[in-house]
Write a protein that binds this ligand. Structure first.
Ligand SMILES: [Zn+2]
Length: 404
């Protein structure tokens, strides 16, 4: 064996030892220590460094992170390990390999080092953050691409027993619910539903209802005028005239709908509100029919324990007129703040249809008589659901509406 062959065995043994060192250990030594004294050996060393960098980066991407904070930490750790100015592997290679390289190898080491520095930008924070997937993000992606990206890879690591996504469901507005409830009770008694225009003529809104222009009662309604002959109807009563004209007698109708008044909004007044009016016209209709029907209705709506009471009142379109009170739904008639300690709450106006009104509807008051009533739907809903502010019905606040 020649001397030169023996010499060559030593570097081979060193190379063998070198292959068992970790990449960190290698970087802590000089090229001379590692016996990397040829351009090939240097190329091989830098190749090892590059593949170590690549596999650490891939391992992090494959593992992902549980949440954003864990991801930031993991990305920072890998970035610092390689790119920290002090103690980062790239900077140690600069110190231990490049700066301490023998003069004749410096150009080769310098070139390899520059390439490594470029490759190493793949672990800088910005580029890596985009690649590491946070598991909490995945369900969002599933929703965004429902049916498209639902692959094993996407759902890996997800808890498929978690509850699904709930679609919020709408509900029927409490005013509509109460209006339908009232309608149902009267439909059961053989009444039918009538509707009419909300922009109404002064004739139908006032004159035909026995409220001529000179009549002081016209001031009782804070009317919103469109022009001198047209108003936003202040009550649903014009529908009664229109229905009498259209169908004649006998007539049993219910007129639910919107009404408008120039009221200042407060907890019991709104510019727009809902009414239900009822009208019964037939032969021999008496006040007893009115009392019996409204008593039945009040019990059906508020419950059997309710007592009713009729108090005389005045309306231009009925004669005689009355107001229906029910025993207080809040205190059961004991007396409370809502019923002003009286035990009674007034819930609607009613009376026998004025002969003049029947005549305006084309019905002969000598042959027919009738009764009518009118109630505020919001007010009924407030009593039924114990709501203290009418404005809540019209504000569209989901937190309020979703309770119904
Ligand atoms: Zn009370």
């Amino acid at each position: 064996m020649s001397g030169s062959e023996a010499d060559r065995r030593i570097p081979n043994q060193r190379a063998h030892t070198r292959s068992r060192m970790s990449i960190d250990e290698k970087i802590s030594k000089t090229l001379n220590d590692l016996d990397a004294i040829s351009p090939e050996a240097i190329g091989e060393l830098f190749g090892e460094v590059t593949s170590a960098l690549e596999s650490e980066r891939k391992a992090l991407i494959a593992a992902g992170a549980g949440d954003g904070r864990e991801r930031s930490q993991k990305v920072k750790d890998l970035r610092d390990r390689w790119l920290a100015r002090k103690g980062g592997l790239v900077s140690l290679i600069d110190e231990n390999w490049l700066k301490k390289a023998p003069k004749e190898l410096k150009p080769a080491v310098g070139r390899a080092f520059n390439q490594l520095r470029q490759v190493a930008t793949c672990v800088d924070t910005e580029s890596l953050l985009q690649e590491v997937r946070v598991q909490a993000d995945v369900p969002v992606r599933l929703v965004a691409h429902a049916g498209v990206e639902f692959t094993a890879e996407v759902i890996r690591g997800q808890d498929l027993t978690l509850p699904g996504y709930r679609q919020p469901m709408g509900s029927i507005h409490p005013v509509t619910q109460v209006m339908r409830e009232i309608e149902d009770i009267f439909l059961g008694l053989g009444f039918s539903i009538e509707s009419g225009p909300e922009i109404e003529s002064v004739y139908y809104n006032f004159d035909a209802l026995n409220i001529p222009e000179s009549h002081p009662a016209r001031d009782d309604w804070d009317t919103l005028y469109v022009n001198s002959e047209t108003v936003l109807r202040t009550h649903t009563s014009p529908v009664q005239i229109r229905a009498m004209e259209k169908h004649g007698a006998p007539l049993y109708i219910l007129c639910p709908g919107k009404a408008y008044r120039h009221d200042n909004p407060d907890s019991t007044h709104a510019t727009m509100f809902h009414q239900v009016e009822g009208l019964a016209v037939d032969r021999d209709i008496s006040f007893a029919d009115l009392k019996g029907t409204l008593d039945y209705f009040a019990r059906k709506f508020f419950g059997d324990k309710i007592k009713t009471n009729f108090v005389p009142s005045f309306f231009p379109f009925t004669e005689p007129s009355g107001e229906l009170s029910i025993s207080c739904v809040f205190c059961g008639g004991e007396g409370c703040r809502v019923c002003k300690e009286s035990g009674w709450i007034e819930v609607m106006g009613c009376g026998m249809v004025h002969p003049e009104v029947l005549r305006h509807g084309g019905i002969d008051p000598e042959r027919y008589s009738g009764w009518a009533f009118g109630l505020g739907v919001e007010r009924f809903a407030m009593m039924k659901y114990d709501i203290n502010d009418i404005q809540l019905f019209h504000q569209g606040d989901v937190r309020f509406l979703e309770q119904f």
